[in-house]
Design a protein around this ligand. Structure first.
Ligand code: UDX
Length: 472
């Protein structure tokens, strides 16, 4: 049924790359071309070292590349040849102008739409893959039809994959959501896309809705997930003040089947490219619709997250006898979660920024994040130039190197390798008393205390040896 179908995806990033690779694997009769204006990004996709790290991705790309999966900078050609065009470009939060700090910046989306309009000669199904504010499909449709010479059907098909598990999420999604117009050509476009997914996703998991429901569902799904993390993090503060244990509370609460046990892991704060951006986007949407109280409700999720990061740094400062100036802190983990090299909105960035502000000496080790990325993140966050940042920050090749001579270890990402480090050996080279601040609750705290460490763990009864004179 799909033989001869040609798909193009504009944007070779975290969403476009893995999604199209999985589609190519599951639909060998469909020819898929991923286009991007970035020459270096496309070259990387065509090389042995892919531009993103995602378990299982390499294998799938290698199996399909050159057969029915192509990476190219020939954007116009890709558009012209395709029946279905996915748009998976960046939609960051606006930095300037109206809605700055909250609204989604649709510049790249609009540019892509204008390109499609000027190049397309035959009818196209245009699919929103990037997360966008609701009503974007309508706006994009206006751009396409205003400037184009052919018919376009715009669909919303949000992506729910999580980084680190992208390939399994894509292989076996909870649901595929396709929103379209309810007119004849809209319905046909929805059916065409549904047929592609039906190659590997059971039909009952392919939901079709109107465009607005689909666009809004993506923002709401991410807001709900983030809200769970902020809720359990709020509980972690109560636990520390009361002597309860957040993991015990999460277990007891999560066993209620109406609540469920997932996404109740207290942490130093959520990060990633989606949660904060999508909530702020929803907040902006509510505000622009005059729903100030709804906006405030969702905004509190982000505020609680900011508070959690600050609480972690405060615990460190107070624990270390009220000053970290000149003290060496080993920051273990810089990615926003394990199994990814992505640092977008990572809690580590804010922790580091605060420690630099306090004039601490921060030694960072992350098994996956590139050095350049760390310097970029820290110069942007501190607004200092690189040489200034380097007065306070050193990058290390191992956790042992970072910890050598340190007053404290701070775990910011839950990398598995941090669980099996030789903490006895590490302590030998640390300043005494040695502290561990476990921002992910991944270590064996009792064993660490036996070794002589003073341990702070999120939402756990406080170590009597920890300076808690100021409540955080
Ligand atoms: C998220 C959504 O899960 C995904 O459906 C959507 O498509 C994109 O955004 P992602 O950003 O890749 O995916 O990461 P996710 O696994 O959801 O984690 C987000 C952040 O929350 C991470 O920093 C993670 O460490 C944190 N988190 C998650 C917690 O602190 N506790 C939890 O219980 C779960």
């Amino acid at each position: 049924k799909l033989a001869g179908l040609r798909i193009c995806c504009i944007g070779a990033g975290y969403v476009g790359g893995p999604t199209m690779a999985m589609m190519a694997l599951k639909c060998p009769e469909v020819v898929i071309t991923i286009v991007d204006i970035s020459v270096s990004r496309i070259a990387a996709w065509n090389s042995d070292v892919l531009p993103i790290y995602e378990p299982g991705l390499d294998k799938v790309v290698k199996a399909c590349r050159g057969k029915n999966l192509f990476f190219s900078t020939e954007v116009d050609q890709g558009i012209r040849d395709a029946d279905i065009i996915f748009v998976a470009v960046n939609t960051p939060t606006k930095k300037v102008g109206m809605g700055a700090g909250r609204a989604a910046d649709l510049t790249y989306w609009e540019l892509a739409a204008r390109r499609i309009a000027s190049v397309a000669e035959t009818p196209k199904v245009v699919v929103e893959k990037s997360t966008v504010p609701i009503n974007t499909a309508e706006a994009i449709s206006a751009v396409l039809h205003g400037a184009g010479k052919t018919r376009f059907d715009v669909l919303s098909n949000p992506e729910f994959l999580a980084e680190g598990t992208a390939m399994t999420d894509l292989d076996n999604p909870d649901r595929v959501l396709i929103g379209g117009n309810m007119n004849e050509s809209g319905k046909a476009a929805v059916a065409k896309l549904a047929d592609v997914y039906a190659h590997w996703v059971p039909r009952e998991r392919i939901l079709t809705t109107n465009v607005w429901s689909s666009e809004l569902s993506k923002l709401v799904a991410n807001s709900f997930l983030a809200q769970r993390v902020s809720s359990i993090n709020a509980v972690s503060a109560i636990c520390e003040a009361s002597g309860a244990d957040v993991d015990e509370v999460a277990r007891a609460v999560g066993m209620d089947s109406r609540i469920g046990s997932k996404f109740l892991k207290a942490s130093v704060g959520f990060g990633g490219s989606c949660f904060q951006k999508d909530i702020l986007n929803l907040v902006y949407l509510c505000q622009s619709m005059g729903l100030a109280d709804v906006a405030e409700y969702f905004h509190s999720v982000v505020m609680m997250n900011d508070r959690q990061k600050e609480r972690f740094v405060s615990r460190m400062i107070h624990g270390l006898f009220n000053t970290v100036t000149g003290k060496r802190i080993a920051l273990l983990g810089f990615a926003f979660k394990k199994d990814t090299g992505d640092t977008r909105e990572s809690a580590s960035i804010e922790i580091c920024r605060r420690l630099i502000e306090e004039r601490a000496s921060v030694c960072i080790y992350d098994p996956k994040v590139e050095a350049d990325q760390i310097w970029m993140d820290l110069t942007a966050a501190t607004k200092l130039d690189k040489t200034e940042v380097q007065k306070y920050v050193t990058l290390c090749d191992s956790a042992y190197e970072a910890a050598s001579g340190a007053h404290a270890l701070a775990i910011a990402t839950e990398w598995d390798e941090f669980k099996t480090l030789d903490y006895g050996k590490i302590q030998e080279d640390m300043v005494k008393p040695s502290f561990v601040f476990d921002g992910r609750n991944v270590l064996d705290h009792d064993a660490l205390r036996e070794l002589g460490y003073i341990v702070y763990a999120i939402g756990k009864p406080l170590d009597p040896k920890l300076n808690t004179s100021i409540n955080c």
